[in-house]
Design a protein around this ligand. Structure first.
Ligand code: NAD
Ligand code: GLY
Length: 360
């Protein structure tokens, strides 16, 4: 088992990474406040893994119940959040009961927000079961639900007490979801870790073949990168925003098409190429840098062109982004491969040109 520490003082927590961790209740026990837990999962993941987790908890004397939500990004919303609150209240869950998210980023984000707000905050553990959730969404304490007008618009910063990334759960992940997770892995290489980008170029085939050692390294290195950024800037006053490379463009795709039509990672892949092309138009990246990054996304089986929503619609949707400050759109761009910046200087014309050049 590998371990990465998120050193946030009194809110510090470990990320445990390995195979078959789900059945080891003793890994969870030190992070529960009492011997009561509620597992929140969804209708796809619960039948696969909730029994193993529940039995492991019961084996160490923890009474665990479960809440099963509908599946999908379209259900990262108020009704699903209320379903959690209704169940917690009807089960008389206490403030000291631990909420455990078992699933992908949708489950983690909504469960985290429920934990942040139920009785003003209850202990929370993340057990991510998608690659995307293991490398990104389960770490760092961003929790949220979507609003019809914008992704992740309602939420809170609320750190988990433990992240348990069981690589074996990826065995059942559909190929399309595995590839979507690779978009966030590639992101770390592009924004701050050129050696990792090079490692991904050398190991993409192994990752797609689900080689356990390659997957474990990719999760561990991604979590190390994310932990360093979150420790430096927990509430996104600056550097943390660089984790959103491609996200402003990508969120426009997700919101514009309707949540769940494109997977989050797919939208981020196409959005990242738009951001890289804009960086090239600003004179920071060379043609060959954009081509090199494009090749890696293509090898990962990810889209590098967005849907034809029209540049005006993209830009209108992008204006709902949380990085908008005093009405000005700020984007994450690259000064070089491995070096991200937050930039508000790009004109709408340049942004539109980068979008148009990478749309169907
Ligand atoms: P997801 O949670 O919808 O999971 C993808 C699909 O895989 C779902 O159908 C799910 O039921 C299924 N699934 C999950 N684990 C499985 C397994 N082991 N085997 C088989 N099927 C499995 O999507 P996601 O890609 O994990 O997460 C995307 C969400 O994460 C978005 O809402 C995005 O906004 C959010 N996100 C949050 C952060 C953050 O910092 N909080 C960061 C990145 C993304
Ligand atoms: N996924 C972006 C962040 O956690 O800040």
């Amino acid at each position: 088992m590998r371990s990465v520490e998120v050193n946030l003082g009194s809110r510090a927590y470990p990320i445990r990474i390995g195979r078959a961790l789900l059945g080891q209740g003793e890994l969870l026990l030190p992070y529960l406040k009492t011997r009561k837990a509620v597992i929140v999962s969804n209708e796809v993941v619960a039948p696969l893994y909730a029994d193993t987790l529940q039995s492991a908890l019961e084996a160490v004397g923890v009474k665990a119940t479960r809440i099963v939500l509908p599946d999908g990004e379209a259900h990262k919303d108020w009704p699903a959040l209320n379903q959690i609150f209704d169940a917690l209240l009807s089960q008389h869950a206490e403030r000291s009961t631990t909420l455990i998210a078992l699933g992908g980023g949708v489950t983690g984000d909504i469960t985290g927000f429920a934990a942040a707000t139920y009785q003003r905050g209850m202990p929370f553990i993340q057990i991510p079961t998608t690659l995307l959730a293991q490398v990104d969404s389960s770490v760092g304490g961003k929790t949220a639900i979507n609003h019809p007008l914008g992704k992740n618009m309602i939420g809170a910063f609320y750190q988990p007490r433990l992240v348990l990334a069981d690589i074996a759960t990826l065995d059942t992940l559909p190929d399309r979801e595995l590839k979507a997770g690779l978009a966030e892995v590639i992101k770390y290489g592009l924004i701050r870790d050129l050696p990792f980008f090079e490692w991904l170029e050398a190991n993409m085939d192994a990752l797609l073949a689900r080689d356990p050692a390659a997957l474990t390294y990719a999760v561990e290195r991604s979590c190390e990168n994310k932990a360093e950024v979150v420790i430096a800037d927990e509430t996104e006053q600056g550097e943390r925003a660089t984790l959103n490379l491609g996200h402003t463009f990508g969120h426009a795709i997700e919101t514009g098409l309707g949540y769940g039509v494109w997977l989050h990672g797919e939208a981020i892949a196409a959005g990242t190429i738009m951001a890289l092309d804009l960086s090239r138009r600003l004179g920071w990246l060379r043609d060959e840098d954009v081509e090199r990054a494009t090749r890696l996304f293509v090898r990962a089986g990810l889209p590098v062109r967005g849907p034809a929503l029209g540049a005006d619609r993209y830009i209108a949707l992008m204006r709902h982004d949380k990085k908008v400050a005093e009405g000005k759109l700020r984007l994450i761009l690259l000064k070089a491969l491995g070096r991200a910046v937050i930039d508000g200087s790009a004109s709408d014309q340049a942004i539109a040109a980068a979008i148009e050049a990478h749309c169907e």
